[in-house]
Design a protein around this ligand. Structure first.
Ligand SMILES: Nc1ncnc2c1ncn2[C@@H]1O[C@H](COP(=O)(O)OP(=O)(O)OP(=O)(O)O)[C@@H](O)[C@H]1O
Ligand SMILES: O=C(CO)[C@H](O)[C@H](O)COP(=O)(O)O
Length: 322
């Protein structure tokens, strides 16, 4: 009887869109079956202590990496953890919370595995963590977009002024380059939102996405949708096979009709898990209560690979059943 959860590791710099992606994945795969862990909770120092020590939260030395590794292992084994909490409103720590074991739940006929999503600055940093995930994703928007997103979010939700956020981004840059960006090399999937030609900043839902898929991933058959795209809208969807990876480009100009065909196609390849998934609430992001088809499809594609990579791991005996 399978007890061990689907394990997804999602990394990227601050404001890159990790929470936005993982929120949609939880909605898609079932919020009641998903445990979402934000790795910010494992900061070693509070905001004041970081300022005193002149250390950024991007530095592994500023985080309890050993406890994080231990918790990733426990969660992967379907065990509970007592998780710290970092509070972004106060800049200090709240009392820890008990996170129940992510064990499979029964739907009457069979067991449905739970999902654990670990998202944060350093989730792909150490081999001890990487080896526990079925799928590793790195979120890598255009740097200008990331800055814009971070400034808006930190001002609206974390009490900073725009000047403070800009100064902080600059101060963090050496650590971004030293610790965060290199994690991209370890990802199975790299998701890059970018501004297409003629992009209107008032319509963030029209951002395009480029998804880099490592050749080690199982094949997602996109023939039908790529073929229909090429006939009438040649630039809306593109799949290019390169030496190091496949590159899937989804334009923000995708019509709702084509997005629906694309969604159905992935859906059909999800296998029996699809019946427990809910595609209705994917693709939303916080700014202006927006919706984006490239975001929705990215979330669906990640879920597809997560399901299939776990299946492969089980088949190859990498994961045993508890
Ligand atoms: N695909 C997207 N399209 C439009 N806006 C987006 C997208 N992804 C993220 N954003 C915007 O960027 C902001 C930051 O995103 P999010 O909170 O998901 O980043 P994060 O990587 O989790 O950040 P942190 O690690 O600092 O908590 C969001 O509030 C949202 O408005
Ligand atoms: O890079 C970050 C990830 O969200 C935050 O800045 C970090 O977690 C510290 O938080 P705060 O700025 O609220 O003290």
């Amino acid at each position: 009887m399978p007890h061990r959860p689907f394990m997804l590791g999602l990394a990227g710099d601050s404001g890159a869109g990790k929470t936005t992606i993982s929120t949609g994945i939880a909605r898609l795969m079932g919020q009641e079956r998903t445990t979402n862990i934000c790795v910010d909770d494992y900061h070693k120092y509070d905001r004041k202590q970081r300022a005193e020590r002149n250390i950024t939260p991007l530095n592994p030395a500023c985080n309890h990496m050993d406890i994080l590794e231990q918790h990733v292992r426990l969660l992967a084994m379907g065990e509970p953890i007592l998780k710290p909490i970092y509070n972004h409103s106060t800049g200090t720590f709240d009392p820890p919370v008990y996170v129940p074991p992510p064990r499979a739940v029964s739907d009457g006929n069979r067991m449905i595995p739970r999902v654990v999503v670990l998202e944060g600055l350093l989730t792909l940093f150490s081999p001890a963590m990487r080896e526990r995930y079925h799928l590793k994703v790195y979120v890598d928007p255009e740097e200008e977009l990331r800055r814009e997103w971070k400034i808006k979010r930190d001002v609206a939700k974390r009490g900073y002024t725009p000047e403070q956020v800009v100064a902080d981004i600059e101060r963090r840059m050496p650590d971004s380059q030293a610790y965060i960006w290199p994690q991209k090399e370890h990802a199975d999937i790299v998701v890059r939102f970018y501004r297409p030609l003629g992009y209107d900043p008032e319509r963030p839902g029209t951002l395009s996405v480029r998804i880099k898929l490592k050749h080690s991933l199982p094949r997602l058959d996109l023939t039908e949708v790529l073929h229909s795209a090429y006939e009438d809208e040649p630039t809306v969807l593109r799949l290019e096979t390169r030496k190091e990876a496949d590159i899937l480009d989804i334009s923000g100009g995708l019509s709702p009709e084509k997005a629906a065909v694309f969604e159905r196609l992935i859906w059909e390849q999800l296998g029996p898990h699809a019946e427990h998934f809910n595609p209705e609430l994917i693709g939303t992001f916080w700014d202006k209560g927006g919706h984006s088809y490239p975001l929705a499809l990215s979330q669906l594609i990640i879920a597809y690979y997560l399901v299939h990579m776990r299946e492969q791991a089980v088949q190859h005996g990498v994961l045993s059943y508890a």
